[in-house]
Design a protein around this ligand. Structure first.
Ligand SMILES: NC(=O)c1ccc[n+]([C@@H]2O[C@H](COP(=O)([O-])OP(=O)(O)OC[C@H]3O[C@@H](n4cnc5c(N)ncnc54)[C@H](O)[C@@H]3O)[C@@H](O)[C@H]2O)c1
Length: 335
């Protein structure tokens, strides 16, 4: 069985590659290293079953060659940090929308049997129903969320029109070892772990009472594989821990000082997955508790020794456009 993973050098992709290799699959990982790191693949590189292709998912010819003879594709390659998408919508469109189009065209050409897409819970925007089911309103609030949603539509549409058996999993706040350590201002774990490692205060957004459905990466990897192995197609399915914890609870568990920074418009007060559909269709549910997950990630804190340590001033600069656009009165009143 030959399997392709796009975004293989990234946080979730690299864990997925390790898991697929451990169960004896031949794996080809593709990544343009825009964000991902080859170090994430150091275990995989030791396996004769693994091959890494450095390249862009928008490169149709490269994808056609890479997909040849494969049976399934996990499509995780994307620009995945939320905040920079407001300043770089074109880059996000190219990677997340055009890139997904190329993946599905190559899948069609190579007669891939199964495509699993990593969709995002950000499609729910400022949800009002908790836990949030898949039937909740789709209301992306910023370019990252929109591009991930468009990718989801492309994947399912290609399934419907061209008969490629595909499924989309909507991940909720994934965390675990290798959570992004570099680059742009992004996911909370990368930011907090670098701050903790450097002995600096945690930059908590708002008053820290906002809650998130933190889902441990091994549960996500398990869901991806279970979904690929299932016969379910044409569906979007929430993949979350099924719980929701506040940022204040998170920093208490991590341990350290806090500095509060302004709440950002467009970001939800709560994310909380209704995982009934995942249980019913995939017989999947998360296994790693919040407490256990935090303990495990803390054991890898040295990975963040070279990561950028964000200060409130730097974050203010990095989020300036966010406040300029998403804080506009006109935007608020149309909601
Ligand atoms: N981490 C989360 O909480 C979360 C939540 C919802 C959805 N997702 C989705 O899961 C997937 C993986 O996320 P992650 O957290 O591992 O992010 P990540 O940034 O660590 O991994 C994404 C990988 O895609 C690669 N990539 C970007 N553009 C590319 C291109 N044009 N061609 C080839 N490779 C490219 C990057 O270099 C990176 O290695 C993404 O699609 C993301 O949108 C993640």
């Amino acid at each position: 069985m030959k399997t392709v993973v796009t975004g293989a050098a990234g946080f979730i992709g690299s864990h997925l590659v390790d898991a697929l290799l451990a169960q004896g699959e031949e794996v080809i990982g593709i990544d343009n290293l825009a964000v991902g790191r080859v170090e994430n693949l150091s275990l995989a590189q030791q396996s004769p079953l693994f091959r890494f292709v450095e390249g862009d998912i928008c490169d149709a010819e490269l994808l056609k060659k890479t997909f040849e003879g494969a049976t399934s594709v996990f499509h995780l390659g994307a620009l995945a940090d939320i905040v920079p998408s407001i300043e770089r919508p074109e880059a996000y469109f190219r990677a997340n929308v055009d890139g997904t189009f190329s993946v599905m065209e190559a899948a069609k050409h190579a007669e891939i049997q199964r495509v699993v897409y990593s969709a995002s819970s950000s499609c729910y925007g400022l949800a009002t129903q908790f836990p949030t089911p898949e039937t909740a309103a789709i209301q992306p609030q910023y370019p990252y969320a929109l591009t991930k949603r468009l990718g989801e539509e492309i994947v399912l549409h290609w399934g419907q029109v061209y008969g490629i058996s595909s499924i989309a999993l909507r991940f909720f706040n994934v965390y675990g070892p290798r959570a992004r350590t570099s680059g742009t201002y992004g996911a909370v774990f990368g930011v907090f772990l670098a701050q903790k490692r450097a002995g600096k205060p945690f930059t908590v957004v708002g008053d820290g009472t906002q809650t998130r459905d933190f889902t441990y990466v091994s549960d996500i990897v398990n869901a991806l594989i279970v979904a690929r192995n299932s016969h379910v197609f044409g569906e979007s399915i929430n993949i979350g821990s099924g719980g929701s914890y506040s940022i204040n609870e998170l920093v208490k568990r991590l341990g350290g000082d806090i500095v509060y920074i302004p709440k950002r418009p467009g970001e939800p007060d709560c994310t909380f997955a209704d995982v009934t559909k995942a249980k019913q269709l995939l017989d999947w549910e998360a296994k790693v508790s919040f407490e256990e997950g935090i303990d495990r990630i803390l054991q890898t804190i040295d990975m963040y020794a070279d990561a950028p340590v964000w200060t409130p001033d730097q974050i203010e600069k990095a989020t300036k456009s966010w406040f300029t656009y998403l804080g506009q009165e006109a935007v608020k009143t149309t909601r």
